[in-house]
Design a binder for this molecule. Structure first.
Ligand code: HMG
Length: 375
């Protein structure tokens, strides 16, 4: 059994790798709207005066996690070909998020848009742009709900010798925080899903992959209403026990509000370092940007989004899209939080996806609540 000290060491190393990536992104990549803020730094602390006004502790740059190729398109009627997915991935990589969720290893009959994950990973392995992106520190992940999915992930993503390093870097795991959604989504009770996730995460860690853990339905459930925070915190604790590098609180339904975000993040941060907490917001009630702002003001820096706000869980009735990357960047600009994104490349990805799906997506966003806050 792994000792607590070695567990802490492993988690610390994973966190350090993420920090190194973000620091190099902030200094060498195209850095976002730093002009919106002025910083003073000492060896131990940094304070920032943001466009929002006031001085706050600096929790560092944002780590934007692009979920477009997975959550963004998993529930679309139009199924993209492997070739279209590779083109989309290339454009997203040009936009320079910290990491991209490339695909999922789930039942193709249940989520047909995610079929062909192995072929997609093979194509990614051969792509020069992907090698270059990984050389810059970008990381690729895939969603894995069970051990069968993990076997497929491993085969598709692992290193195949010195000339063919691992194409996938980490798994994303999910545990729903309500029984009804857990059964609808992964056909397991919460208890069984937690036990399965522990096994999957332990296998991934011992094979050298990172683990990003999701507490899905962490706020409100379409079947059960407001979610019990104690259940969410038990899921957070489970992820801590398996050395997850980031634990993400997900508003899968997209109906939460900043007060709830404030309360849950504050409680979760007593269990797990806030620098390693993430938010995954859907936008059914048009408050996702406010919710991200509430989390970012507390210090959350791992933020999921999709290009143009595409997306939605297949097992939520009438699911609505993710917060758009465009809206996240507007919030980051408002708060003076630097990021690595190239906005013109993001617009190219948006145009490509809209054309591929034959529908309009959100563009660069003027957020009314930010306008109001600025006045
Ligand atoms: C979880 C399972 C796989 C359980 O599926 P199951 O049917 O309960 O699995 P099973 O162990 O009973 O096996 C039944 C059959 O499925 C096969 N099987 C078993 N596992 C797999 C696998 N991984 N990939 C491919 N095939 C699989 C297995 O081999 C067997 O095949 P047979 O022997 O009958 O031919 C299934 O319910 C499933 O695929 N669900 C879809 C989950 C999903 O993709 N949900 C949407 C994404 S989650 C989300 O959007 C939320 C998130 C993360 O974005 C954050 C948020 O907003 O909250």
């Amino acid at each position: 059994m792994m000792s607590l000290a070695s567990k802490a060491g492993r988690a610390g190393r994973a966190w350090k790798a993420l920090q190194t990536r973000s620091l190099s992104a902030a200094t060498t990549d195209k850095v976002g709207p730093t002009s919106a803020s002025t910083s003073t730094s000492t060896s131990t602390t940094t304070t920032t005066t943001s466009a929002a006004g006031g001085t706050k502790e600096d929790h560092g740059p944002a780590h934007l996690y692009d979920v477009t190729p997975r959550d963004g398109i998993q529930n679309e009627k139009t199924v993209l070909s492997v070739d279209q997915k590779i083109q989309l991935l290339e454009l997203i990589a040009e936009s320079n998020p910290s990491a991209i969720e490339v695909c999922s290893f789930v039942r193709e009959d249940l989520v047909p848009a995610m079929a062909g994950a192995a072929d997609l990973c093979d194509a990614l392995r051969e792509s020069e742009w992907a090698k270059a992106a990984k050389g810059r520190g970008m990381r690729f992940g895939g969603l894995v709900p069970n051990l069968r999915g993990y076997e497929s992930f491993r085969k598709a993503g692992m290193a195949r010798g010195a000339d063919s390093p691992a194409v996938l870097d980490f798994i994303t795991c999910l545990v729903s925080c309500t029984e009804s959604h857990s059964k609808a989504n992964v056909r397991m009770s919460i208890k069984d899903a937690m036990a399965m996730t522990q096994k999957v995460a332990q296998s991934a860690t011992s094979d050298g992959f990172g683990v990003r853990g999701y507490a899905s339905l962490a706020f409100e459930c379409p079947f059960e209403g407001i979610v019990d925070m104690d259940v969410v915190l038990r899921v957070v604790d489970m992820y801590m026990g398996v050395d997850a590098e980031v634990i993400v609180l997900a508003d899968t339904l997209g109906q939460t509000n900043p007060e709830h975000v404030y309360q849950l993040v504050t409680r979760a941060a007593r269990h797990f370092p806030i620098e390693r907490l993430g938010l995954h917001m859907h936008n059914a009630n048009s408050r996702a940007a406010e919710n991200v702002m509430a989390g970012a003001e507390l210090g959350v820096r791992h933020i999921d989004s999709s290009i143009g706000g595409a997306g939605g869980c297949n097992f939520i009735p009438d699911a609505k899209g993710n917060i758009s990357t465009e809206a996240v960047l507007a919030v980051m600009a408002h708060l003076g939080i630097p990021h690595s994104m190239d906005e013109s490349a993001m617009q190219r990805a948006n145009a490509f996806l809209a054309k591929s799906l034959s529908r309009e997506l959100e563009g660069p966003t003027k957020l009314d609540f930010l306008q109001a806050a600025a006045n």
